[in-house]
Design a protein around this ligand. Structure first.
Ligand code: SF4
Length: 311
């Protein structure tokens, strides 16, 4: 059936029927009913109508060497955030996620936001642990005053809730979770809620890795990495120029591993909407090994069984 559509996404039913015997026509009808019911296909009445649905252009490009950066900070970190953010400007990286694993003071957040507001960074997401010295009122005032904050995730909170929602363009929210996210080791979990369904992600996933492409990270010890959870590092931020780190072929080798190159994922129906993980894989010796924390098996499980199991 896939082959029937592979040439131009158009199935000429009348022509096809004329080439099939009665039994095959019944099978074909079942296939077509399935595609129509699942909204995977639709009828057109003429070639003119079909031409009104041109093929999507799935070329993906991004106007910077790096699209996003993760910075991890714990109580022993010795990061010079001002210097890191300055380097972001040099590589034209405009989106940053900063994950605090330690109790952060409001005054430190204010200093950080001042630096970000004066930089070319356009968007910052903050992961902050809830603690007694950080009050909700201050966080709400912080997010109201600093439009560059896309979201704040307040973890280790007493309940799961939306604390604040500015309601503008889907950003400016403070989300609270009971989960304790005070370590990079929690990365790489898979859940159907994490699927990303938009044309930008879908296009990027055709050729590139859906987690690591154009990403750079500074881990809590100051090492430059593809992902803070990965063991491989490319030197300390204080000693290695970020641009040189990115030019290292070993650094960018992960960018081009798309789901079609990954064991198991290559046969999964979710491969173009699913975020990858190269930090935790089934076989650490194999760069194309399947993500370790994904419980879905495209060969034996159905989508509905998996979603039921995940709750
Ligand atoms: S098998 Fe791969 S593509 Fe499919 S859900 Fe799991 S990680 Fe995602």
């Amino acid at each position: 059936m896939a082959k029937l559509f592979s040439t131009n996404n158009l199935l000429d039913i009348q022509h096809l029927k004329s080439e099939l015997d009665l039994l095959d026509i019944d099978i074909l009808k079942d296939y077509i009913d399935f595609l129509i019911n699942e909204e995977l296909a639709f009828y057109v009445n003429s070639i003119e109508e079909y031409k009104m649905f041109p093929k999507l252009n799935l070329e993906w490009e991004y106007p910077a060497i790096v699209s996003n950066m993760i910075i991890d900070i714990d109580k022993d970190s010795n990061h010079n955030l001002e210097s890191i953010i300055k380097c972001c400007e040099n590589i034209n990286c405009r989106h940053i996620q900063i994950r605090f694993f330690n109790e952060t003071l409001f005054s430190d957040l204010q200093i950080l936001l001042k630096t970000i507001n004066e930089s070319n960074v356009i968007c910052v997401e903050l992961f902050i642990p809830a603690h007694a010295k950080l009050c909700n009122k201050d966080l709400i005032s912080l997010i109201k005053k600093n439009k560059k904050i896309s979201n704040i995730l307040l973890y280790n909170y007493c309940k799961d809730m939306v604390l604040f929602n500015q309601g503008e363009y889907g950003t400016g929210t403070i989300l609270c979770t009971r989960q304790n996210l005070n370590t990079e080791l929690l990365c790489g979990n898979f859940h159907f809620n994490y699927f990303v369904v938009n044309i930008d992600f879908f296009s990027e996933s055709q050729k590139y890795n859906t987690c690591l492409n154009r990403k750079i990270c500074i881990d809590k010890k100051g090492f430059i990495k593809n992902c803070p959870s990965m063991r491989e590092n490319f030197g300390k931020f204080t000693e290695v120029n970020l641009k040189l780190a990115i030019e290292n072929p070993q650094f960018i080798k992960y960018w081009h591993i798309n789901k079609d190159n990954i064991n198991k994922c290559c046969d999964c129906e979710f491969r173009y909407i699913c975020i990858d993980c190269r930090a935790y894989t089934e076989n650490i010796e194999d760069i194309h090994s399947a993500p370790l924390k994904c419980g879905y098996n495209p060969y034996t499980l159905s989508w509905s069984n998996w979603s039921d199991a995940q709750g």
